[in-house]
Structures are given as C-alpha cells and as structure tokens.
Design a protein. Structure first.
Length: 366
C-alpha cells in the first residue's frame, strides 16, 4: 500500500513539474554587434515603460526564462523606458535574432503569437518605409515650391495609409483566437469604428476577453457607445486662449462642430482650410465651431490659430494626448471631429474634406 501511495505521489509530482515546465517561456537571443551588457525587459503602464527584469548579455548573446501561464506583450530596450521592440512572452522557445545596426528589425519567432506578429510586422514595416520615403520626398517638394508634386505624393501616401489600415483590420479579424489579435487591436484602436470593435470583440473566447488587452477594448467600446451618433453630447469645461474657463454648452449653435486638432499635426493643418471654408459659408446661418487643441505650447497654439485664420472658439488644457476632452470622447488620433445639433445630439463623426461640406449643406438646406 505504501508503495502504491509513493508511486502515486511521485506521478503527481512529475505531472506538476511537467505542467510547470510547459508554462515556461524560454528566450534564446543574439544581437550581432550589441556592446551593451544588459537588456531591459519592460512592461507598459499607460504611456510609461516600467522595468520588469534585466537580461544579461555576453558578446550579444542572452538567455532568459519565466513562467508564463498566459501570453503577454513585453518590450525590450537597451535603455530604461526606451524600448526598441515589442514581443510576446509565452510558453515555448522564443528566438530573438538581429543586429545592433537595426534593433527595431530584430526577428522574434518560435511561438504562435510571435510568429504571427513577426509576419504582420514584416508587411507593416515595408509599408511604413514606403510611406516615410514618400513623406521625405513630399517635404522636399514643398520646400522646392512644387505643390503639384506634393499633391501627387500625398495621394500615394493616402493609398499606403489605407493599405496599412486594411491589413491591420484583416489581421486582427483573421487571428481572433490568439492573444496577438486583442493586443494589436488595442494598440491600433483608432483605426477601428465602434461597430468594428464590437464585431471583433464578440468573436473572442472567454479566456481572451479576460485578457488586459480585450479589457481595454471593452472599455473603449463602452466609452465610444456613450458618444456615438444619436447620443447626447457630454459637456466639458476648458480654458480658452485668454485663460478663461468656458463650457462647451456655452459655445453651441444651431449646428456645432467640435474639432480636435493641434498646431504640430500636419493632417490637421492641411484640413484647416476646409474647416475655414465651412465656417465662412455657414457661420451666419448658425454654425459654431469649437477647436479643442492637443497642443502643449501656448504660443505655438496661438500662432497656428492666427496663421490658419481660425476665427472661431478655441480651448485647450495644453496636455497633449492627455487632453481631458479628448479622453472623454475617446480621441486616439487627430484630426478628429463630431457634429451635433442645437439639442446636443451627435449627428456624425470624423467628417473631412467634401464629406463635411456635403453634411453641412444638407443640414442648412433652405
């Protein structure tokens, strides 16, 4: 009997050890030419990157082990708080290979989420390189005064931007059974409409919905649902250009456009002439515009208002992406705007270029 008990306990111990081993993430890495003696393993908290552990390097080679019951995204960096890449720490053998000359392009493979993410990054990086190459050309063409070429290059950039968005949405939807999906959707939530967020979130298993990334997505769904088309606006108060605190409710008209922008935002500045056109055409008929700036520098904010001839209401708390109104309305990218009627009912989101003009023409039709 004692032998039976002993054997049973031994098997149980072996099973426990095996289960623990199966949940171990093992990293084998080598970064050619890296002279640093350690790498920092970091986790993200808000906009900060906190050091979780250090990985000791010897001639660019390093190993690391950690128990990981669930996959989680972490970050690597040679300096504290400054990561050069993100990856999934998850059970299995993870390979990290690269060069110190191209740290952001290190290859991280070996486990399902890392393999999927590496394939996504490869395509995304190619598109990004094309985009920024065109951006450099566009900037030079602008300096040379060749506005025709600038317009051509911007059109090409828009096409690439649309391709990147389409690729991300397709990837997130296709790989809904893996942690990389909610992680990437959380990182790129600004690309997704409320309806798209809801659709993908519903496809997740209960275990994925319990992840912190899906939790962030659910929070965003709840937030955007409160300010969706057909819902009543949420009032807020903020300082105007003279330092006076004013409420959104004090600046409303028959139709009100709330425009989130910043002096440093090139797409915002590009859209401003279109907003000026709308203002000049419909202000006397009852259009009010409230510009909510994500600036940090008061003087730069005022200069952009003057330079672009934005003669409507302006407010800001000079808090950059921490702008209180922006957080209230779930703004993750700018330019962004919403249109509401005199009762504060939201009529539309993110109307730009001709779409804005067409909607206003409809609302102010005689």
């Amino acid at each position: 009997m004692k032998k039976v008990v002993f054997v049973a306990l031994s098997l149980l111990l072996m099973i426990s050890c095996t289960e623990q081993k199966d949940e171990t993430a093992v990293i084998n890495g080598h970064i050619e030419g890296l002279e640093a003696e350690q790498l920092f393993l970091m986790e993200r908290e808000g906009r900060d990157f906190l050091i979780l552990d250090t990985l000791t390097l010897e001639n660019g080679t390093f190993t690391y082990e950690r128990l990981m019951p669930q996959p989680k995204a972490y970050y690597l960096g040679t300096s504290a708080g400054k990561p050069f890449t993100d990856f999934f720490l998850e059970k299995g053998l993870i390979s990290i290979i690269g060069s110190s000359q191209e740290l952001r392009d290190v290859q991280i493979t070996g486990t399902i989420n890392n393999d999927l993410y590496a394939a996504y990054k490869l395509k995304d990086n190619e598109l990004n390189k094309r985009y920024y190459s065109l951006y450099g050309e566009s900037k030079q063409a602008g300096e040379d005064g060749n506005q025709l070429r600038v317009a051509e290059l911007e059109e090409e950039m828009n096409i690439i931007d649309e391709e990147m968005t389409a690729q991300t949405k397709a990837f997130v939807s296709e790989h809904y059974t893996h942690m990389v999906s909610p992680y990437l959707m959380w990182r790129t939530a600004y690309m997704f409409t409320l309806e798209e967020l809801i659709q993908v979130y519903k496809s997740y298993s209960e275990s994925l919905k319990a992840s912190e990334y899906a939790g962030h997505i659910k929070e965003r769904i709840d937030l955007l649902s409160k300010v969706a088309v057909g819902e009543k606006y949420i009032d807020f108060s903020m300082e105007d250009t003279r330092g006076n605190v004013v409420a959104l409710s004090e600046m409303m008209g028959k139709v009100t456009l709330v425009d989130f922008w910043a002096s440093w935002c090139s797409p915002c500045r590009k859209e401003n002439p279109n907003v000026v056109k709308a203002w000049e055409k419909y202000h006397e008929k009852g259009l009010e515009i409230v510009g909510v700036s994500f600036d940090r520098d008061h003087e730069q904010w005022l200069k952009a208002i003057a330079d672009d001839k934005l003669t409507w209401h302006h407010v800001s708390d000079l808090s950059y992406w921490e702008n209180a109104a922006g957080k209230m309305y779930g703004i993750r990218s700018i330019p962004s705007n919403f249109l509401m009627d005199e009762n504060g009912v939201i009529l539309a989101w993110n109307l730009r270029e001709e779409a804005l003009q067409e909607k206003l023409a409809e609302l102010f039709a005689d």
